[in-house]
Design a protein around this ligand. Structure first.
Ligand code: NAD
Ligand code: GLY
Length: 349
């Protein structure tokens, strides 16, 4: 005996990403701004001056990737229950990618899902983390292993917030911008080669182009069944580097920068890009003081660590390899000899 449950869905989760001075925002509902201590001290008054709502609450979390965990999610949910938020209430993520991912995740599970808005305040979160609806948290098994796809209702990117960002955090965001350009947009790459991102107008244009590039990819493949995986360029190597250095030596974007250089070495071996193209990527990363090399202490251990990456199946490692500049191929068929050859190049002498 069978009962059929018909659940064909037509869902429109489209939204606008505004890159400009933050406008005034009015809500007829209860609103909670989720932020952390650092961002709160610097920018909360500015934000609160722009928001009116039926009731407005602030949930302040501790600052750091180490607090991207269940305890912080529980703190958000508890506050929502205490203030009797309902399914029409709204969350606002106000901070970097850590706050954005956790707020989105809390919104996805509170009373089976409520709306949220992203107001990202780091360059990395403005060009990458706030766009595309990936939300989540870390647990003892690894980073971002628990989460949901839950699209924000809107994203407001105000470059003004970046005026207080430490320069290393700025560089980490540039790495993700370079990632978008190398994988999808040759003209954008050439723009970046000539650009001075310290100039506010140029920076705003670069943010727009990076966001447009990511938006185009997410529109084609929201749930990462195919092309969206290309946004993990540099991450296969980068995650291992972050792990080996216990997340202390490099910011995520810095590890991704080294990872892109390593991925380019694989692409070079497979004749997918030229030495001149790989050199141009290195030069662009160096222009923003990003690291481009790393000494692998134990090549075999580094290789084995690829298999701990959740994006690789048991049998194969997925590599995102540039095809020149502006195009990309996703491959789980790179032979072990090629990979070992590249790892040995970075190995301790
Ligand atoms: P972060 O959120 O930890 O922010 C970095 C630091 O900058 C923090 O100390 C923060 O308090 C501080 N900060 C934030 N705004 C500031 C400002 N305007 N001025 C001064 N300091 C400020 O890190 P991040 O680099 O923004 O994001 C990294 C996180 O994003 C990771 O957890 C990663 O997994 C996630 N991520 C998610 C996606 C996605 O698609 N959802 C994509 C990329 C990264
Ligand atoms: N940061 C990669 C993605 O959003 O898919």
């Amino acid at each position: 005996m069978q009962v059929h449950i018909s659940l064909k869905k037509v869902v429109d989760d489209s939204y606008f990403i505004t890159i400009d001075t933050l406008p005034k925002l009015h809500f007829d509902t209860k609103v909670a701004v989720v932020t952390n201590q650092t961002v709160s001290k610097l920018h909360l008054d500015y934000l609160l001056g722009k928001i009116s709502a039926k009731e407005l609450h602030v949930i302040e979390l501790k600052d750091g990737e180490e607090f991207k965990n269940q305890e912080s999610i529980d703190a958000i949910l508890d506050s929502l229950f205490e203030h009797r938020f309902n399914r029409k209430s709204m969350l606002i993520a106000f901070g970097g990618g850590v706050i954005g991912d956790m707020t989105g995740y809390a919104a996805s599970i509170y009373q089976r899902g409520i709306d949220f808005i992203q107001i990202p305040t780091t360059l990395l979160s403005q060009v990458d983390a706030s766009v595309g609806g990936k939300t989540g948290m870390n647990n003892r098994y690894g980073k971002n292993l628990v989460g949901a796809f839950h699209q924000p209702r809107a994203v407001y990117i105000d470059p003004y917030f970046l005026t207080t960002l430490p320069s290393r955090e700025f560089g980490a965001g540039v790495a993700e911008i370079v990632k978008m350009a190398v994988t999808f947009n040759k003209d954008f790459f050439e723009f970046l080669e000539l650009a001075d991102l310290k100039n506010p107008q140029v920076l705003q244009e670069a943010i727009k182009q990076a966001v447009q590039t990511k938006a185009d990819v997410v529109s084609q493949d929201e749930k990462e069944q195919g092309i969206r995986a290309a946004l993990n360029y540099g991450h296969t190597f980068g995650h291992v580097i972050e792990n080996e250095t216990a997340y202390k030596e490099f910011l995520h974007g810095e590890a991704v920068a080294i990872g892109m250089v390593m991925a380019n070495e694989v692409a070079l071996k497979m004749n997918l890009m030229t030495h001149e193209e790989a050199h141009r990527v290195k030069m662009l990363l160096q222009k923003y003081n990003l690291p481009i090399t790393y000494v692998i202490e134990d090549v075999k251990k580094f290789y084995e660590a690829f298999f701990l990456d959740k994006k690789s199946s048991d049998a194969a490692i997925t590599f995102i390899l540039p095809l020149g500049i502006g195009d990309v191929v996703i491959s789980d068929k790179v032979d072990m000899g090629t990979i070992m050859c590249v790892l040995n190049k970075f190995g301790k002498l």
